[in-house]
Design a protein around this ligand. Structure first.
Ligand code: 4GX
Length: 256
């Protein structure tokens, strides 16, 4: 997959794309990621990329011409590339959208700063607007990195040959079950006995129960999306009716 990132701050991408799993994917050639500095496409002497909004108001708006030239330079190489603008006004990003985008061969990610881009950029060039969540960042760069990270996990080979982004179909749309590693006891807290038993069917049932329990306590909205068998539905009712939720309800966690 090829990804071109249009940004005023290309340096923000260097370390996140060099480390760990993404770094390896780039090294292996599974991902070809390029940053393009929008300022390089501002042709005036001072390379101005923003201006005051028509009609007045706070802040600055990113000008249409430099962005248009930057997009056209990438599109000239591949007219079928899909152009995505990261904005809180976009479609909420989730695992389904990440999976769908991983099927594209070439994405162009436009990162806005200030009060966003001139509306004509959207009208003329943008194929899709995506939001990574209901909060306001200082720019689209971190949102682009989140998108790249989640999409890359679906590209074959990125996670290594023995793992896929979604191996166990049942656990899809549920929160993960609890994980433990050595030591078997730490400050008086023990690893659940069943995980030490070597009884694979008992372990599998325990994990399913814990995943359902955690999901019904913390994210009942996700459970509604999952298609549960009768057995799974009764596990979920059991979880909600039990007083012993081991502090798994998020409302029990301390807020500050
Ligand atoms: N998910 N931001 C975009 C510039 C901006 C300002 C106003 C449109 C209107 C974000 C998010 C996000 C910050 C990226 C503001 N664009 N992007 N930027 N949440 O917060 O994607």
């Amino acid at each position: 997959m090829r990804i071109d990132i249009l940004t005023l701050f290309p340096n923000m991408f260097s370390s996140p794309l060099r480390e760990s799993i993404l770094g390896r994917a780039v090294e292996k050639g599974l991902l070809l990621i390029q940053t393009i500095n929008i300022r390089d496409f501002a042709l005036d002497k001072h390379q101005v990329v923003d201006d005051a909004p028509y009609g007045g108001g706070q802040g600055m708006v990113m000008k249409v011409e430099p962005i248009a030239r930057a997009i056209e330079s990438v599109k000239a190489q591949n007219p079928s590339a899909r152009i995505i603008y990261l904005t809180p006004q976009g479609k909420p990003f989730d695992q389904d959208l990440a999976r769908r985008l991983s099927g594209q061969s070439h994405l162009i990610l436009l990162c806005g700063r200030y009060e966003g881009v001139d509306e004509r950029v959207r009208e003329l060039f943008i194929d899709e607007e995506i939001s990574i969540g209901d909060y306001v960042l200082t720019g689209g760069e971190l949102a682009a990195m989140v998108l790249i990270d989640a999409v890359s996990r679906f590209i074959p080979g990125v996670l290594g040959s023995d793992r896929s982004a979604e191996e166990d179909s049942f656990f899809n749309s549920l929160l993960e079950y609890p994980q433990y590693t050595r030591p078997v006891e730490f400050k008086g807290c023990r690893v659940p006995e069943v995980l030490l038993s070597g009884n694979h069917s008992a372990i599998s049932l325990w994990r399913k129960r814990e995943a359902i329990r955690r999901t019904s306590l913390r994210r009942p909205d996700l459970l509604a999306k999952a298609s549960l068998t009768e057995e799974e539905k009764s596990l979920s009712e059991e979880a909600l009716n039990s007083n012993d939720d081991c502090g798994m309800r998020m409302k029990d966690k301390n807020e500050f």
